[in-house]
Design a protein around this ligand. Structure first.
Ligand code: FAD
Ligand code: NA7
Length: 486
């Protein structure tokens, strides 16, 4: 075996975490290489450098969510007095996806440039571990080379998983790996799954005007606050999304005109309908199966997620792992990035700082957005007791909605979960417009240990939705959450 290059740090995976770690290590003076290779989806969709977030995740998802909200704004414009708003206008899928694609391609190009500028050697090759310090790289034509590195970082992320019991399902459905790159609009779509990928995609497809049904096996948004999850469903139903609850698909057949005949079981009864597209959003599995982990001794759990210590070390001392492929880590871009940067600083910058996973904010970009930080009501009750926490709540109507008949008053909600003894705020939930922008700043306060009294003492900005978080007085179980007045 001939070694073509030697590195201090070699990164497998050019997504959120891998790119951040590689750039940071290079800025600390390390000699760095990075391999990124996109295995096409079963339908053949492929994309460029940047990983899931940039190509088939956060970025196209948020742009399409925005496109859907922009369409809904037309209704608002009419109610706000604009006369010539064309409500009959249909959505142009190709125009939207072309603009989304152009943006993504710009980002792919920028990432390549950044690696180049920082002297990170980029390999558009599929990597696997040959030995604990040797990586085998295979290009698209089968050409092989080997590199050696003192430290190796695995940041290979995950890919969509499919329900197992439907024959040849991968050829009959799409996943989020295909949706954002579809050449034609998806038409009438069945979305299978009920976590945030399913709800976000179902939400924006409906907003863009495509008939959307979401098939829910058990509950919506497992792991998130369930009262808010229920309100998200209410709002989506009000917006036109259909929910097929307590149901699982049992067969998918390709019929004439390339449509899909889907049969499902709901509470023991069999139903069927035809769709133009079936989008499977039933979870993701880490992309570790072809890395040869077992051979070099990197331990994984039964789902293929890599088991790491808190300092991101795998069971092999010079091999590290970060991001979606690691057991127990939040599957979020900013956590993968931060984790990669901190690791590079520890390995090459003489620093000691570890990643802190407490009070990580996140937002579900459903038609009415949901931002949260810290404990859900269920988690708080589970961890503490009902008596140890106080829940403040409010159902409110954004001021702007008073111009708009089409929005219903009970949709938006805020919940603060507070420790009764210390008054520390340990959970914040906001369901309303611009949730990501609203909750971000509160994460700073919560990381600093802010109490309910410190929230109360903070002056709000009037009139905004965010100020509602600072003026909560109604206690769940005692007071009515419905807010009155301005
Ligand atoms: P990835 O970004 O997945 O990168 C891994 C890279 O490694 C990929 O490019 C892959 O092709 C490559 N690779 C894999 N195997 C090999 C190999 N053997 N050799 C070479 N290269 C390889 N997060 C948020 O924070 N906000 C959101 O709004 C959000 N929305 C999302 C929406 C969707 C539809 C999805 C699917 C995800 C979303 N996420 C969101 C999650 C976010 O995209 C991931 O948490 C993040 O991309 C994880 O980064 P990573 O570095 O671990 O892996
Ligand atoms: P999640 O969060 O793992 O959720 C998977 C969803 O799919 C959940 O609602 C499951 O229902 C449902 N599911 C799983 N298997 C099936 C089958 N076989 N049939 C029907 N429904 C099923 O996955 P996501 O893709 O939404 O998100 C994964 C990560 O990607 C996320 O953390 C983001 O960071 C990006 P259940 O609740 O188990 O009954």
């Amino acid at each position: 075996m001939q070694i073509t290059q030697e590195f201090d740090f070699f990164v497998i995976g050019g997504g959120s975490g891998g790119l951040a770690a590689a750039k940071q290590a290079a800025s600390q003076g390390a000699k760095v290489g990075l391999a990124d290779f996109v295995k096409p989806s079963p339908l053949g969709t492929k994309w460029g450098l940047g990983g899931t977030c940039v190509n088939v995740g956060c970025i196209p998802k948020k742009l399409m969510h925005f496109a859907a909200l922009a369409g809904e704004l037309r209704k608002d414009q009419v109610e706000a007095g604009w006369i010539n708003t064309d409500m009959q206008g249909k959505h142009d899928w190709n125009r939207m996806t072309e603009n989304v694609r152009n943006h993504i391609k710009k980002l792919n190009f920028q990432y390549k440039n950044q690696l180049n500028n920082q002297e990170v050697k980029y390999y558009n090759k599929l990597a696997e571990l040959e030995k604990s310090n040797i990586v085998k790289l295979v290009d698209k034509d089968g050409g092989v080379e080997f590199i050696k590195s003192k430290f190796i970082l695995i940041a290979v992320g995950g890919r969509p998983s499919y329900p197992e019991d439907i024959p040849e399902i991968e050829k009959k459905v799409i996943t989020s790996d295909d949706l954002f790159w579809l050449p034609n609009n998806p038409g009438k779509t069945l979305i299978v799954g009920a976590s945030y990928v399913a709800l976000e995609c179902g939400g924006f497809l409906n907003g863009l005007g495509y008939d959307s049904s979401i098939m829910v096996r058990s509950i919506l948004l497992r792991g998130f606050d369930q009262q808010i999850a229920g309100k998200i469903e209410d709002y989506m139903v009000e917006s036109g999304v259909k929910f097929i609850n307590e149901a699982i698909p049992i067969n998918i057949e390709v019929i004439e005109n390339n449509r899909r005949l889907v049969t499902w079981k709901q509470k023991g009864v069999q139903h069927s309908d035809t769709f133009d597209t079936v989008l499977i959003a039933t979870g993701r599995k880490s992309d570790t199966s072809k890395l040869n982990l077992e051979r070099v001794g990197v331990k994984t759990n039964k789902n293929g997620k890599i088991i790491c210590t808190i300092d991101d070390r795998t069971s092999v001392s010079n091999i590290y792992a970060i991001g979606d492929c690691v057991e127990g880590r939040p599957e979020l871009t900013p956590t993968a990035i931060k984790c990669g940067q901190l690791l590079a600083n520890r390995l090459f910058g003489g620093q000691k700082k570890m990643m802190c996973y407490q009070f990580i904010p996140t937002t579900v970009f459903t038609p009415l957005e949901y931002g949260c930080i810290g404990y859900s009501e269920e988690e708080a009750i589970n961890k503490f007791t009902q008596n140890e926490i106080i829940i403040y709540h409010s159902i409110f109507k954004p001021l702007e909605w008073n111009l708009l008949e089409s929005h219903y008053a009970q949709a938006c909600m805020i919940k603060l979960i507070v420790m009764a003894s210390t008054r520390r705020v340990i959970g914040l939930h906001y369901l309303g417009p611009n949730a990501g922008e609203v909750v971000q700043g509160y994460a700073v306060a919560m990381k600093l240990g802010a109490t309910k009294e410190q929230f109360d003492a903070t002056i709000g900005i009037h009139p905004t939705c965010s100020e509602e978080i600072l003026t909560l007085t109604a206690v769940k179980g005692i007071d009515n959450p419905q807010k009155e007045g301005c």
